[in-house]
Design a protein around this ligand. Structure first.
Ligand code: FMN
Length: 217
């Protein structure tokens, strides 16, 4: 785990919980609490992860369960000035959608759309790259790519960064798919906005699992 200026980092968490500055063995309970402590943070600023940190996170993403190891994903890391080009693709999508729907894209919405990628110093776009396999239907590959995104979020958190997984109504519009070179059969499944956050992670309400589980024995 790397140094961090927020409370994402697992080691930092264990230090808080133990009231000690020493790095201690992380217990199972701490890992579980740390997973539960992941929150989406929209207010993101520099520093963004360094490239080696992004690579480490994507390596974790690529350990997602993956039937027949088809690796049905691609990751596009957008940062710096390139975020403006991404914004222009979103705006083109919004304009085309408005024409198709016979609506008007007002100036304020157009400007907001153009600036969407500026909400974080880095965006990792995850797209599917599904393969034909007689034993692995596309829905399995889509789920696998979704699991990769969750691993990506946790691996970024482990390195001290905050994230929010966004898609929004424009993600799979033709202009955006074309920008990310996504084929007709594939999907843009995540814009992972990444950066640093100085706010404390909002605590999560207690989760009552009873309605969602049936132990059958
Ligand atoms: C596929 C997918 C797409 C999402 N798209 C958006 C989005 O466009 N905008 C948004 O505010 N939240 C979006 N979310 C939800 C947030 O990522 C987040 O999970 C939610 O706000 C709950 O917050 P939490 O992660 O702190 O529990 C999306 C989640 C998923 C799984």
């Amino acid at each position: 785990m790397t140094e961090s200026n927020n409370d994402n980092n697992l080691e930092t968490h264990s230090q808080y919980e133990q009231g000690s500055a020493q790095s201690a063995k992380v217990t199972d309970e701490q890992v579980i609490n740390w997973i539960k402590s992941r929150r989406s943070i929209g207010n993101l600023t520099i520093p963004a992860p360094k490239h080696h940190q992004v690579e480490a996170a994507i390596e974790c993403a690529m350990t997602a369960p993956d039937h027949k190891k088809l690796q049905p994903w691609r990751f596009i890391v957008t940062e710096g000035q390139q975020r403006h080009a991404f914004g222009r693709a979103l705006l083109a999508a919004a304009q085309a959608k408005a024409v198709l729907e016979g609506t008007d894209l007002d100036e304020r919405t157009a400007d907001k759309t153009l600036k969407m990628p500026l909400r974080a110093p880095m965006i990792i776009t995850v797209v599917t790259n599904m393969k034909y396999h007689e034993k692995v239907p596309q829905f399995e590959q889509l789920l696998s790519a979704g699991a990769a995104v969750q691993n990506l979020l946790l691996a970024l958190k482990a390195q001290g960064f905050s994230t929010v997984w966004r898609t929004g109504p424009l993600a799979n519009e033709p202009e955006v798919k074309r920008y990310f070179n996504v084929g007709d059969e594939d999907y843009v499944i995540a814009f992972v906005y990444v950066g640093s956050s100085h706010c404390t992670m909002p605590t999560r309400e207690d989760i009552d699992t009873t309605e969602f589980i049936k132990f059958d024995s």
